[in-house]
Design a protein around this ligand. Structure first.
Ligand code: ADP
Length: 288
């Protein structure tokens, strides 16, 4: 069997077009354009690439790019003051603090200053709690993007066996909660899991976010499964994920490529969250 490739770039394009339409509708209804304040501290090359892509996507969707860049040696109080200023600024609909921040800074303290309604990365304690309780809030972009990909391909989730590899705050945990919300039977694997391959073989839907290149091979995949690869690693031969894509594609029914799978969806969902935040701040309900 050769798996169908899940085209994240195409689905992301559609989400971005829908967001652009939503922005136009917001303006037509007398609102103001959503503004996204990305905050980059220092010069991590990968972060610079991500931020550039997010800013470009933001302006393409008709949103205001309110990017802020702080030097690598900035002190906590100065960084905190910038977040506070963005928090109070009505032109700023969403604030995204690019992680990781330089080691001398307390990123959790900085994140805690972002108002829940502007937390477009879904990382504040309140938004994580709302998600844990199955209540409405801003949800983390990467796991939301995974759900959007699964929905786009009509992958059944209710009652399905879903296995998430990784338990990070950014991806694994919220991913498991979103799958649970959709009535999947969810198992979370992590670095202490015994016999990872055996657990993964139970999965109808396998989402891998462990940050280890090629961790998942064909021995860990049930024939006919849908495999979502959240990993991204820059190697000598280009970008690779946590899944051995070529070998797993012989077993799985569907698989996301790297690049062109989950990556583009993360940015698309960031834009969708920024629009949602702006609508709520401007007193317009979702979909209005
Ligand atoms: P990400 O941002 O993609 O979620 P992190 O590095 O923050 O990546 O988290 C990696 C996660 O992967 C951790 O929760 C860790 O427990 C999990 N992990 C690491 N190694 C393994 C492994 N060998 N098997 C399963 N899970 C693993």
């Amino acid at each position: 069997m050769t798996a169908q490739l899940i085209d994240g770039a195409a689905v992301a394009r559609q989400v971005r077009e829908d967001v652009a339409k939503g922005v136009a509708e917001l303006l037509a209804a007398g609102g103001t354009a959503p503004g996204l304040a990305t905050v980059l501290i220092g010069h991590d090359p990968a972060s610079e690439v991500y931020i550039r892509n997010k800013r470009r996507a933001c302006t393409t969707a008709g949103m205001a790019d309110l990017h802020q860049h702080l030097p690598a040696d900035v002190d906590q109080a100065t960084a905190a003051a910038l977040i506070d200023q963005l928090a109070a600024d009505p032109a700023v609909s969403g604030i995204l603090l690019q992680l990781p921040t330089p080691g001398h800074l307390d990123s959790e303290e900085l994140l805690s200053r972002i108002p829940d309604g502007k937390d477009v990365d879904g990382l504040t304690v309140a938004n994580a709690g709302l998600l844990a309780q199955g209540r409405s809030g801003l949800r983390p972009c990467t796991p939301s993007g995974v759900i959007a990909l699964l929905d786009h391909h009509d992958v059944p989730l209710s009652g399905a066996e879903a296995v998430v590899v990784g338990r990070s705050v950014l991806v694994g945990k919220p991913m498991a909660q979103l799958l649970l919300e959709r009535h999947a039977t969810v198992t979370i694997c992590h670095s202490r899991t015994r016999d990872l391959a055996a657990v993964c073989r139970r999965a109808d839907v396998l989402v891998v976010a462990a940050g280890i290149p090629g961790l998942i091979g064909p021995d860990a995949v049930k024939p006919g499964a849908t495999v979502i690869d959240v990993g991204i690693h820059r190697g000598e031969t280009g970008l690779h994920g946590d899944v051995d894509t070529a070998a797993v594609a012989e077993v799985a029914a569907r698989i996301t490529p790297v690049p062109g799978g989950v990556g583009p969806m993360t940015i698309a969902m960031l834009l969708a969250n920024t629009l949602t935040a702006a609508r709520r701040q401007q007193g317009l309900v979702d979909g209005a």
